[in-house]
Design a binder for this molecule. Structure first.
Ligand code: NAP
Ligand code: NAG
Ligand code: NAG
Ligand code: NAG
Length: 321
C-alpha cells in the first residue's frame, strides 16, 4: 500500500461524513420550540425586522402559536412578501405589516403612535432589527447610522410602547444583542459618530454592548411591574447580516457558515425561548446565550452605575426637545 492509497482510503469519506453530522447536531440547542406547547392566542406581539433572517422565524413561531403578530419592517415590498409567507405557512390571518425605519426617531414616533391608537394590548416586543458593517453615515437626527438603527431607535420604540405593555402584563421584551458585545466599548461621543473607527464590525460591537446595558437598566426600573426585559445572543447565524461587507468576507462567512453556523430558524430559538417558554416567565435583566442558557455578559454590561448613566443619556438623546 503506497501513501497514495492511504489518502484515498474510503475511511476518510466516512469519517468526514460522520464529523459533518456531529457538527450539524451540535448546532441544535437543548430547547426545541416545536416541543413547547405554549399558545399565544389572544396575545399581541411585535417583531422588528421580521421580513428576513432571524426575525422572520421568530414571527413565524408566534404566528403558529396563534398570536396577533405585527411585523415592523422598513420595506413595504419585503414586508409584504414575508406577511404573505407567514400567513400561508401558519394559516393565521391575524398578521399585520407596519412600516418603520428604526434609524429615524420621527419614524419610530409615527409607528408607535399608530400602535397606541390601534392596539388594545402588547404582550411581546422583540427588538430584532439590526445592521452591521455600515460605512460612516450620520442620520438626520445627528446620530451615527448604526447606533441609531441598533440602539437609539429600538430604545425609543421600547420607551414609547412601555405603558401599553405595563397595561398588558405579564409582558416580555426581548432584545437581540450579540456575543460581539464583549469587544464593545462605551464612549458617549460614539452616538454622534465621533471617535468611531469604521473597521469591520467595530461599531456594531459597541451598539450590541449598549443593548445589554440598557436592557438591564430597563429591567431594574421595571421590577415588580410584570414586564420583563432580557437580551439574547442568537448564535452565529447565516442571514443577510453580512450584506454590507466586502465580497470576500461574505464569501468566507458563507463557506464556513455552511458547515458551522446556525440556520436562521435555529438562530431564532433563544429569542423564542425568552419570549414564550414557561421556564423563562418572570426572569428579567438576564443575558441568554444561543443555547438558551443564562450566562454573564461582559463586565461593562454589568456595571450598574454605567447603566444608569447610559440609560439617562439615551433618554435625553431620544426625547423631543
Ligand atoms: N446573524 C448573526 O450571526 C447574528 C449574530 C448575533 C446577533 N445578531 C442579531 O440578530 C438580529 C437579526 O439579525 P439577522 O442576522 O437576522 O440580520 P438580517 O438578515 O440582516 O435582518 C435584519 C433585519 O433588520 C431590518 N432592518 C435593518 N435596518 C432597519 C431599519 N433602519 N429599520 C427597520 N428595520 C431594519 C432588516 O430589514 P431589510 O431587510 O429591509 O433591510 C431586516 O429585516 C440583529 O439585531 C443582529 O445584530 C445576528
Ligand atoms: C432593548 O431595550 C432597551 C431598553 O428599552 C433599549 O435601550 C435597546 O435599544 C433595546 N435593544 C435592541 C436590540 O433593540
Ligand atoms: C474621544 O475619546 C477621547 C478618549 O477616550 C476623549 O477624551 C474625547 O473626549 C473623545 N472625543 C469626543 C469628541 O468626545
Ligand atoms: C467584534 O467582536 C467580535 C466577536 O467578539 C470580534 O471577533 C471582532 O474582532 C470585534 N471587532 C472589532 C473590530 O473589534
Amino acid at each position: 500500500m503506497t501513501w497514495c492509497d492511504v489518502l484515498y482510503h474510503p475511511g476518510w469519506a466516512a469519517t468526514a461524513a460522520l464529523l459533518a453530522v456531529v457538527v450539524r447536531l451540535q448546532r441544535r440547542g437543548w430547547w426545541d420550540p416545536r416541543a413547547c406547547t405554549v399558545r399565544l392566542t389572544g396575545k399581541t406581539a411585535i417583531v422588528t425586522g421580521a421580513n428576513t433572517g432571524i426575525g422572520k422565524f421568530i414571527a413565524l413561531d408566534f404566528a403558529r402559536r396563534g398570536a396577533r403578530v405585527i411585523l415592523a419592517c422598513r420595506s413595504e415590498s419585503r414586508g409584504t412578501a414575508a406577511l404573505k409567507e407567514i400567513k400561508e405557512k401558519t394559516g393565521n390571518s391575524d398578521i399585520h405589516l407596519r412600516l418603520v425605519d428604526l434609524s429615524s426617531l420621527d419614524s419610530v414616533r409615527e409607528f408607535s403612535k399608530g400602535i397606541l391608537e390601534d392596539e388594545k394590548a402588547l404582550h411581546i416586543l422583540v427588538n430584532n432589527a439590526g445592521v452591521s458593517g455600515l460605512p460612516r453615515q450620520i442620520t438626520k437626527d445627528g446620530f451615527d447610522m448604526c447606533f441609531a438603527t441598533n440602539h437609539l431607535g429600538p430604545f425609543l420604540l421600547t420607551s414609547l410602547l412601555l405603558d401599553l405593555m405595563k397595561r398588558s402584563t405579564p409582558a416580555r421584551i426581548v432584545n437581540l444583542s450579540s456575543v460581539n458585545h464583549k469587544k464593545g466599548q462605551v464612549d458617549f461621543s460614539h452616538f454622534h459618530g465621533e471617535n468611531l473607527t469604521y473597521h469591520m464590525d467595530k461599531v456594531y460591537n459597541h451598539t450590541k454592548l449598549h443593548n445589554i446595558i440598557c436592557t438591564n437598566e430597563l429591567a431594574r426600573r421595571l421590577q415588580g411591574t410584570g414586564v420583563t426585559a432580557n437580551s439574547v445572543h442568537p448564535g452565529v447565524v447565516m442571514t443577510e447580516v453580512m450584506r454590507h461587507y466586502p465580497f470576500i468576507v461574505r464569501f468566507l462567512f458563507s463557506l464556513i457558515g455552511f458547515f458551522f453556523f446556525k440556520s436562521p430558524e435555529e438562530g431564532a430559538v433563544s429569542s423564542i425561548y425568552c419570549a414564550v417558554a414557561e421556564e423563562t416567565e418572570g426572569i428579567t435583566g438576564k443575558y441568554f446565550d444561543s443555547d438558551c442558557s443564562i450566562v454573564l455578559p461582559a463586565p461593562l454590561a454589568r456595571d450598574a452605575a454605567l447603566a444608569v448613566k447610559d440609560f439617562e443619556i439615551c433618554e435625553r438623546l431620544t426625547s423631543k426637545l
